[in-house]
Design a protein around this ligand. Structure first.
Ligand code: AMP
Length: 538
């Protein structure tokens, strides 16, 4: 497979100099495929997710193309539509980074911030207008911006726009634009509504699909913690313990609901953690302020709702915690994609209440990896019971084991890591196929057999358990979550799970050496574009 360099992509020398200054050595697959097409002015349909380098795949050719020509008052020359304020702000930052050798005028129209400066910029004329759809239509309605000068339109994260109900706005905006324009359209998935939009508004696009990084970066060590007492207070206690023991440099902690973000933030602060909160109800200034503080290390822990999960480029997150398991498996991938970026080691731990167990199988399907549990994994009864529970807060009855559950992650058994049976990622039939037995009771017996193993000092599985889910062999490594805790444990020695609750790296799954990209490129960005997925006419 040919490997392109940035010099082969048709970018201007000034843009190439900016790329060198950014420290990029090689283009990512989406960049290698999309940039040569985009610089010629053709439409592009890019099927790619955040983390693949897609932002540069449209900003770099745009800057090259905008080198010629001048902006006119209130008539932006290019328009980028993004689903969220944060993503829009981040795209604006990309223009700063890649446009260091240019004098491009960039305006940002997003909700929640004072617009005076941006409107002044628009009045003077901008090369690039980055906007969320609603805010743009608002300004258009007031006559502050005219769209007939737009030469290049970018729609970023179209499927996210669909989720957020923006498609009618997008259609309206597309109809206001000149038909002779270039459209660069990006979406991680292609549901029918998005395909319809593409057919309606793109002309003869070159379709570029990068191998799905559905899965999570190989540099992320993912762990799950079963919280049999699924009450929030119990989960918060377990979370605190994971944070304390995890050598956390900084972390994002995701909650499913805005109000839980606020509660968690308060609780963390009360317990002496340096924390901030980020959710959709905050005004834009406080959101940006919090994000800046998190980026520059003033805040160590960020309690966040999913608004923070997509698109944000916070390069140095050492850990992601899911206080709640997300309801959509894709959100899980997006959330934990905040760590393990740019080839760094990352860690994620997801708290799983009995109510949340039903989401684990979906996550396993999407990531293609069986869940590895810290501490006691859920039993088959727990899993069977999960299907019967209703989603919701109330009624989380804790069973007999619950008492110890609430106390501590450590005290929930001698721990160790437990890889979920293959079966949980699939269905019952596959379960039988993978375990070689159709007998549920045999599995239970094997599980029983496996339990004392966990209480052994070194927690190693015994070889006889070949057909059962195996606890992962514990390893010592220079890894933050394998370090000894700083405080001595009070448990009796034989129950001491101190090392068991740390995250362990999985060297076997780290296979990034063979892919000749820059060292700082995440492994999942290094996957080649499948040639059959790069299509185009002419
Ligand atoms: P994106 O998918 O656009 O959100 O980009 C993900 C991350 O990859 C960002 O931190 C970019 O700065 C970084 N990145 C983009 N292109 C490259 C490249 N060619 N080499 C190294 N890092 C890159």
């Amino acid at each position: 497979m040919e490997s392109k360099t940035f010099a082969d992509l048709g970018l201007s020398p000034k843009v190439q100099a900016a790329i060198t200054a950014a420290g990029y050595v090689n283009p990512t697959p989406i960049q290698a495929a999309a940039i040569p097409v985009a610089v010629t002015g053709r439409d592009v349909l890019g099927i790619a997710q955040t983390g693949t380098g897609k932002t540069a795949s449209f900003t770099l050719p745009m800057i090259t193309r905008l080198e010629t020509g001048r902006a006119r008052a209130r008539m932006p020359r290019s328009l980028i539509l993004a689903p969220t304020r944060e993503l829009a702000a981040q795209v604006a930052q990309s223009f700063e980074k890649y446009g260091i050798n240019h004098k491009l005028s960039v305006a940002l129209l997003i909700g929640g911030v004072s617009m005076d400066d941006q409107v002044k910029k628009l009045d003077r004329g901008v090369d690039v207008l980055i906007a969320t759809p609603g805010r743009l239509l608002d300004h258009f309605g007031r006559g502050r911006v005219m769209l007939m000068g737009v030469e290049i339109l970018v729609i970023d994260e179209a499927d996210r726009m669909l989720d957020m109900g923006f498609i009618p706005d997008i259609e309206k905006i597309c109809k206001l634009l000149p038909p002779r324009r270039q459209t660069l359209f990006f979406s991680a998935t292609m549901p029918p509504e998005i395909t319809r939009l593409v057919n309606q508004f793109l002309k003869d696009p070159v379709r570029i699909e990068v191998a799905k990084p559905a899965t999570t970066a190989k540099t992320i060590t993912q762990r799950f913690v079963y919280c049999q007492n699924g009450e929030d207070w119990a989960k918060r206690e377990i979370l605190r313990e994971l944070i304390r023991d995890g050598n956390v440099k900084n972390a994002i902690i995701f909650c499913n609901r805005k109000r839980d973000v606020a509660v968690l933030y308060k609780s963390l602060t009360k317990h002496g953690f340096n924390a901030g909160a980020l959710h959709g109800d905050m005004d834009q200034t406080s959101r940006m302020d919090t994000l800046d503080k998190f980026r520059n290390g003033e805040i160590m822990l960020l309690a966040a709702s999913d608004v923070a999960a997509r698109g944000l480029d916070i390069p140095d997150v050492s850990h992601v915690f899911n206080f709640d398991l997300p309801w959509a498996a894709d959100d899980y991938v997006h959330r934990i994609g905040r760590t393990g970026r740019a080839g760094r080691e990352g860690y994620s731990a997801s708290l799983v209440s009995p109510d949340d167990l039903k989401f684990v199988a979906d996550i396993e399907k999407v990531t293609g990896e069986a869940a590895v549990w810290l501490g006691d994994p859920p039993t088959d009864e727990d899993i069977a019971g999960a299907g019967k529970r209703r989603r919701g807060r109330g009624g989380r009855a804790s069973s007999g084991r619950g008492a110890s559950q609430g106390k501590s992650a450590k005290s929930r058994g001698a721990g160790g890591e437990h890889r979920a049976p293959e079966s949980r990622a699939t269905n019952g039939a596959q379960r039988r196929a993978s375990t070689g037995t159709s007998d549920e009771s045999a599995q239970k017996a094997q599980r029983q057999q496996a339990k004392p193993e966990r209480q052994q000092k070194n927690g190693r599985p015994q070889s006889g358990a070949a057909q059962t889910p195996k606890p992962v062999r514990r390893q010592r490594a220079a890894d933050s979550w394998t370090d000894e805790p700083k405080t001595p444990r009070r448990e009796p020695a034989e129950e001491r799970p101190s090392k068991d609750l740390r995250h362990k790296p999985q060297p076997a799954s780290r296979s990034d050496e063979r892919l000749g990209f820059a060292e700082n490129v995440p492994a999942f960005m290094r996957r080649p574009v499948r040639p059959d997925k790069v299509r185009g006419r002419g």
